[in-house]
Every structure is written in structure tokens, then in C-alpha cells.
Write a protein that binds this ligand. Structure first.
Ligand SMILES: Cc1ncc(COP(=O)(O)O)c(C=O)c1O
Length: 400
């Protein structure tokens, strides 16, 4: 059981505002902010390299902390400045042959798709999108029909930024394994929100950022790379962190995921993310998941009772037990005839943080579903029923 009062006390902004933008960037616990500030003070006092030396253990603990969250070996974890960078590093480390195919889902994250378009252009690979079913889940049947020896990669976003649907990553993983296809997960919205076990999912690679459900600092992220696929992956930037320089004209790549790192990085931010990962682990990610799903479900139910409000998380329309299982903390909705940005501004005036999902940023999915710009409210475990009521009241008073 989570002690919500205590968790809110440890999150100073909770007394100032209602934060329903956790899918954008969540609020840091005090301990995360303290760790970053303390480290920066140390850098100021000792010098950058000297501070890093003094805090070597805290900084190295990053790998163990993240490995604990994912159930992998610390050597399979690398630090990255954000999720997009991590995802791109992995994608571009695969030696694609012209004519090979990459399969993704309709809810793939926009920047990932843009990278794929560029890759397709440069290497003549084909990108194929599998549509979602009526619940917003990737169609497993359609996926399996497309798999053959020419498919080099399946890339799937675990939880999209534009709806609450949790994709069946483990079922897709079984198919990827059966057909011996590389499998890359974007866990940007699920890390810190949902229980993740890379062995259950059967993925070869996974990326995430620190500032969202993990509540770490901005500009932090990480990747997981299964040890057995490491040698298929050649990063494009050898430096003194990622390789061992063996003789004047030769080097060998590191034998762990850190072959994707560069030596220079923001040590304070990495330590902050480490503290955030430990914080989530101490609370128990399964407890976190349960609380978030329950709160988001309450928010959807209460919002849907308001006149003119439409919920856009498709699975919400199905039976409530299924909805509770396959929907996470992101609630996508709109108010009939309302401009999404004006509604967001109105909520901000009530000290409620939300965000807007732009059709132009989610073309793969929103063009198929014919959705305009809509609103997004994303809850975390430190949110409360009272906040949900205040939020619904603020939506109710919005004049279109
Ligand atoms: C599903 C998903 N993937 C990737 C990203 C990109 O993450 P980052 O900003 O850390 O690169 C986001 C950001 O919102 C996201 O929601």
C-alpha cells in the first residue's frame, strides 16, 4: 500500500497545483531534486572531474538501479540523454540491407517514425505499419501474417503518448522470438508506470526517459540491450567510453551496453535519475501501476459523465474490467466544439497542468481515427480523488 499523504509531502508542488501532466514531465520527489543540487554544489566546490571521482559509487549505482527496474543485468543498461537519442542510437546501430522490412504499430511515437522515414530513404528499407484493433491494441493477427525472414526489426511503443492503451508487448515478443526478429520497445511512458520485465517481454532492446513516470530530472534517459544481440549492433560514435583502444589504429567495442555511451554526460542528472529509480523500486512498481490504473479509470468515469465530454482511449468503451487492465495513466479526451489549447489554458488558470495532443504529431494514429487536436490529462500515484473532482469541476466551468 502506498502512503499517499507522505508521498505528497515529499512532492512539494502537490500543495501548489494539480499536476495532470505526468506523461509530459512528472513532478520530482524532493530527494531527487536534493541529490541533483547536492551534486552540483559538490562540482562547484571540488571541480567537475574531482566531484565525479568522489561520487563514483553513486553514479555507478545507476546501472544497478535501472537493471532492478527492468529485471536485467546492469551490464545490459546504458545511460542516454533522452529516449529519442537512445532509440536512434539503437536503430542506427543495426546494419540494415536494402529491401529489409521494419514493422511498427499505428501508435508509434512521432519522432521514432520520423527516424524510420529517414532510414528508409537512406537504406532502402521498407516501413510497414500494423493498424490497431477497436480497443487500440496492435492487431496480433495482422502482425503475424506479415512476418517472414525479410523482417529485420519490430519496433513497438509500449504506451503511446496520445492514449492510455497498454500494448501487448509480451505477445508481440513471442512472435518476434518465434520468427527470430530483433525487437525494440519504446518504454518512455511505461517506465516507472508499469511493471516491466524484459525477459517476460522478450525484447532485445528498450528505451525510456527519466522525466516522465519515473519522476527523474529532465534530459535523462536510458536503454536496455540484451547481451546476446550486442554484437549485431555497431554504434556510430566510438569514444573513450564506448571502446577499448587496443593499438594505434585499432579498437574494440565494449562488451556491454555502455558501448552506446559517450564519456561526457550530465553526472548530476544521472545521479538524480538513479535516486528516482530507487524511489520507484522502494514503492514497488506493481503498487504504482495499480494506483495509477485505478485513478485514471476514476478520472475517465467522472469525466465521461460531464456533458459534451468524449473520452478517446478506445478501450474505455469496452467492458470495465478489460478497460482497467489495458488502460494506464494517460486519459485522452475532448469537449465538444472546444478548442483544445483554450481548454488547456483555462485549466492552467485553475492551477491544473495538462497537455494537448496535436493531430500533426500523431499522424499515423489520428489520421486513421480522424481525430483533431485533443486534450490529455495524465495522472500519477500522488494524485488524488479530490484532485480529480476539482479537475472535473474546472472542465465543467469551461465556456466553449
Ligand atoms: C512514447 C514516447 N516515446 C518517446 C518519447 C520521446 O522521449 P524523449 O523526449 O525523452 O526523447 C516520448 C515523449 O513524449 C513518448 O511519449
Amino acid at each position: 500500500m502506498l502512503n499517499i499523504d507522505r508521498l505528497r509531502e515529499e512532492t512539494p508542488a502537490c500543495s501548489e497545483l494539480i499536476h495532470f501532466n505526468n506523461a509530459g514531465a512528472s513532478l520530482q520527489p524532493q530527494s531527487v531534486t536534493d541529490a541533483v543540487l547536492q551534486y552540483l554544489t559538490l562540482e562547484q566546490r571540488l571541480g567537475g572531474y574531482e566531484a565525479a571521482e568522489a561520487q563514483h559509487q553513486a553514479s555507478e549505482h545507476f546501472y544497478t538501479a535501472v537493471a532492478g527496474l527492468l529485471n536485467c543485468n546492469p551490464r545490459e543498461v546504458a545511460y542516454a540523454e533522452n529516449s529519442t537519442r537512445a532509440w536512434n542510437l539503437l536503430l542506427h546501430a543495426i546494419a540494415f540491407e536494402p529491401g529489409e522490412r521494419i514493422i511498427i504499430g499505428e501508435s508509434e511515437y512521432a519522432s521514432n517514425y520520423l527516424s524510420l522515414l529517414e532510414l528508409a530513404h537512406r537504406h532502402q528499407v521498407n516501413i510497414e505499419v500494423i493498424n490497431n484493433d477497436d480497443n487500440g491494441l496492435i492487431s496480433l493477427q495482422a502482425l503475424e501474417q506479415r512476418l517472414d525472414e525479410n523482417v529485420r526489426l519490430i519496433a513497438l511503443t509500449h504506451v503511446a503518448s496520445q492514449n492510455g492503451v497498454i500494448q501487448p508487448v509480451a505477445e508481440v515478443g513471442k512472435l518476434a522470438r518465434k520468427h527470430n526478429i530483433l525487437y525494440l520497445i519504446d518504454a518512455c511512458q511505461s517506465a516507472g508506470q508499469l511493471h516491466i520485465d524484459v525477459n517476460d517481454i522478450n525484447c532485445d532492446m528498450l528505451t525510456a526517459s527519466g522525466r516522465k513516470y519515473l519522476r527523474g530530472p529532465r534530459g535523462t534517459g536510458f536503454m536496455y540491450v540484451r547481451h546476446s544481440v550486442l554484437n549485431y549492433l555497431k554504434p556510430d560514435a566510438p569514444d573513450l567510453q564506448s571502446v577499448i583502444w587496443t593499438s594505434r589504429d585499432q579498437f574494440s567495442w565494449r562488451d556491454d551496453a555502455r558501448r552506446f555511451e559517450l564519456w561526457e554526460h550530465n553526472v548530476a542528472a544521472r545521479i538524480g535519475l538513479t535516486v528516482a529509480a530507487d524511489y520507484a523500486t522502494a514503492l514497488g512498481v506493481s503498487n504504482i501501476e495499480k494506483r495509477i490504473k485505478t485513478l485514471a479509470n476514476e478520472l475517465r468515469c467522472k469525466l465521461s459523465e460531464l456533458p459534451r465530454v468524449q473520452i478517446h482511449d478506445q478501450a474505455f468503451a469496452t467492458d470495465s474490467e478489460t478497460a482497467l487492465n489495458i488502460l494506464g495513466g494517460i486519459v485522452s479526451f475532448s469537449v465538444k466544439n472546444a478548442d483544445a489549447v483554450k481548454l488547456q489554458t483555462h485549466l492552467r488558470q485553475h492551477r491544473i497542468n495538462t497537455s494537448v495532443i496535436r493531430r500533426n504529431n500523431t499522424r499515423l494514429e489520428f489520421e486513421v481515427r480522424d481525430l483533431p487536436d485533443i486534450n490529455r490529462a495524465s495522472v500519477h500515484y500522488f494524485n488524488t480523488s479530490a484532485e480529480i473532482d476539482a479537475f472535473c469541476q474546472a472542465v465543467r466551468t469551461f465556456q466553449v
